[in-house]
Structure formats: structure tokens, C-alpha cells
Design a protein around this ligand. Sequence first.
Ligand SMILES: Cc1cc2nc3c(=O)[nH]c(=O)nc-3n(C[C@H](O)[C@H](O)[C@H](O)COP(=O)(O)OP(=O)(O)OC[C@H]3O[C@@H](n4cnc5c(N)ncnc54)[C@H](O)[C@@H]3O)c2cc1C
Ligand SMILES: NC(=O)c1ccc[n+]([C@@H]2O[C@H](COP(=O)([O-])OP(=O)(O)OC[C@H]3O[C@@H](n4cnc5c(N)ncnc54)[C@H](OP(=O)(O)O)[C@@H]3O)[C@@H](O)[C@H]2O)c1
Length: 242
Amino acid sequence: MSEKWLTATVLENRHWTESLFSLRVEAPKLRFDAGQFVRIALDIDGQRVARAFSFVNPPADPVLEFYGVVVPEGPLSPRLAKLRTGDALHVAANPAGFLVLSELPDAQTLWLISTGTGLAPFLSILRTEVPWKRFRNVVLVHAVRYAKELTYRELITGTGAKYITFVSRESAPGSLAGRIPAAIADGRLEAAAGIALKPETSHVMLCGNPQMLKDATAALVARGMRKHRRRAPGHITVESFW
Ligand SMILES: Cc1cc2nc3c(=O)[nH]c(=O)nc-3n(C[C@H](O)[C@H](O)[C@H](O)COP(=O)(O)OP(=O)(O)OC[C@H]3O[C@@H](n4cnc5c(N)ncnc54)[C@H](O)[C@@H]3O)c2cc1C
Ligand SMILES: NC(=O)c1ccc[n+]([C@@H]2O[C@H](COP(=O)([O-])OP(=O)(O)OC[C@H]3O[C@@H](n4cnc5c(N)ncnc54)[C@H](OP(=O)(O)O)[C@@H]3O)[C@@H](O)[C@H]2O)c1
């Protein structure tokens, strides 16, 4: 069956850095859960080129928002970055994805751990009421190469989540150095949060770079955690961006 496409219009394309951008678009109402994604597309040389993008906006917000990075050799992202107010793009009619709180078992602490644009689905989740009703602590972790890539800071601090940042390629006051998996393994992440990262109390959602997901999962497994499945509840839920 061919995919059903809706036509959307760009309201704003905010450029945070030369490679990071946020598109706010007007589109027919879509039903989705915070943490899900949808395919968005442009017609390039007569071909519809579509890629998955996570919603940044909470479901109740009628303006859709997507957070992207320019992958210079990529077919779609450089073109999305160049869109201007009034330009059209296509949005698929069927949001999807399992990085949603309704799939999670109860826990005391919800850890939302991201690299790069993997932050996007957690911004949507943080702006719903659910995490604040279901969890005693909510920790948002964002790892980037350079400090200028720590986007959406005001929004995040405004949610009340405990906010921990990593900057890996320069020294940045207030941010941890290095990578997330090493900081899980050596205890720096839980020390920074002031909250224990252990299976008895924690559920961890991971999103972004697939190698980070793999390495962080291994570090969590070493702490006694396991992947969450509907039929075998666990502590780790992941979404890979490529
Ligand atoms: C479920 C899901 C949700 C996604 N949500 C987002 C999102 O919210 N924001 C977003 O920017 N991307 C997201 N992506 C990735 C997105 O679909 C595209 O792959 C990306 O925009 C690049 O598209 P492209 O056509 O330019 O290059 P592609 O041909 O799609 O990718 C080329 C290469 O670029 C690298 N790459 C792809 N995406 C990223 C990224 N986000 N950060 C760093 N390197 C990357 C990988 O090495 C990949 O092999 C998501 C992917 C999936 C599967
Ligand atoms: N056009 C431009 O000017 C420009 C600028 C920036 C990025 N880009 C493009 O965007 C893409 C990269 O985007 P990005 O920087 O958002 O994503 P990224 O490469 O995934 O890096 C984001 C963070 O994840 C970390 N990371 C990478 N692998 C990891 C692992 N195995 N375990 C734990 N952490 C890991 C990185 O640390 P490390 O630093 O240690 O790797 C960094 O802190 C590339 O395709 C690049 O070409 C383009």
C-alpha cells in the first residue's frame, strides 16, 4: 500500500549553529504519543526522499517541530536545513515508534539519555504531564561534541528535569567530559545526578548514535540492568537514529 502524505508548510527554520536547525511546521492534525517519530519528505529530482524525524513538540501542541543536523553527504538533511518560511514539505500520516512512556514499567527514576539530535523525542516527553506524575526523579542527559551544540537549554531547565550535559571535543565548564558509557561505568553520571543508577529504581531510555546505544547498554547491563520487553520487563529502552 502506498504511503499517505500530508502537505505541511514551514513556519520557521531556526538555525542554532551552521549544522543544527529546528523546523516548525504547520500541518493537518496528527495523533501521536510523545517520543514517537514520523517520516518527513521532500521531492528531489522527481523522487520523494523521506526520513524519520522525532517530534519535538508535545502531542497537544498543534505546530509540529523537528530538530535536525546537516549530514553533509546525506540526501535529505542538507535540503531540510535550507527550507524557508512558506516552503512546503511532506509529512507522512502515520506517526510510529516505541520510545514512549506508556511502554515503560514503573520506576522511581526516569533517565532520558541522548546524543546529538537524539534529544528530540525527550523534549516532547518532558513537556507532557506523564513523567512528572509517574516518576519521582527525571534526569535528562545530552551529549554533544561542542558546547554550542547544547541546544534547547532554556526549555529543558524550565521543565524541572535534572539536566546533565556532556561535551566531548572541548573543555566546557558545567559539562562532563568524555562519553556517556564511560561515565555510567565509572559512576560519574550518577554522581553528577546525585541519584543512584541501579535496576531496583531506574528505567533508562536511550536515543541517538547507535554506537552510543550499544556501549551505554553494555555499561548498564554490567550494572545488572536488561533490555525492556513487553513480555519480559526490564530497565533499558532504546531508539537508534541510524
Ligand atoms: C526512528 C528515527 C527517528 C529519527 N529522528 C531524527 C531526528 O529527530 N532528528 C534528526 O536529525 N535525525 C533523525 N533521524 C535520522 C534521520 O531519519 C536521517 O537519517 C537524518 O536526517 C539524515 O538524513 P540524510 O538523508 O541527510 O542522510 P542519511 O542517508 O539518512 O544518513 C547518512 C548518515 O548520516 C548519519 N546520521 C543520520 N542521522 C543522523 C543524526 N541525527 N545525527 C548524526 N548523524 C546522523 C549516519 O551516519 C547515517 O548513516 C531519525 C531516524 C530514525 C530511524
Ligand atoms: N556540517 C557540519 O558542519 C557538521 C557539524 C557537526 C556535525 N556534522 C555531521 O553530523 C553528524 C554527527 O552529528 P553529531 O555530532 O550530532 O553526532 P555524534 O557523532 O553521534 O556525536 C554526538 C555525541 O555522541 C558521542 N558519541 C559518539 N559515539 C559514541 C559512542 N560510541 N558512545 C558514546 N558516545 C558517543 C560523541 O562523542 P565523540 O566526540 O567522542 O565522538 C558526541 O559527544 C556527522 O554526520 C557529521 O558529519 C556536520
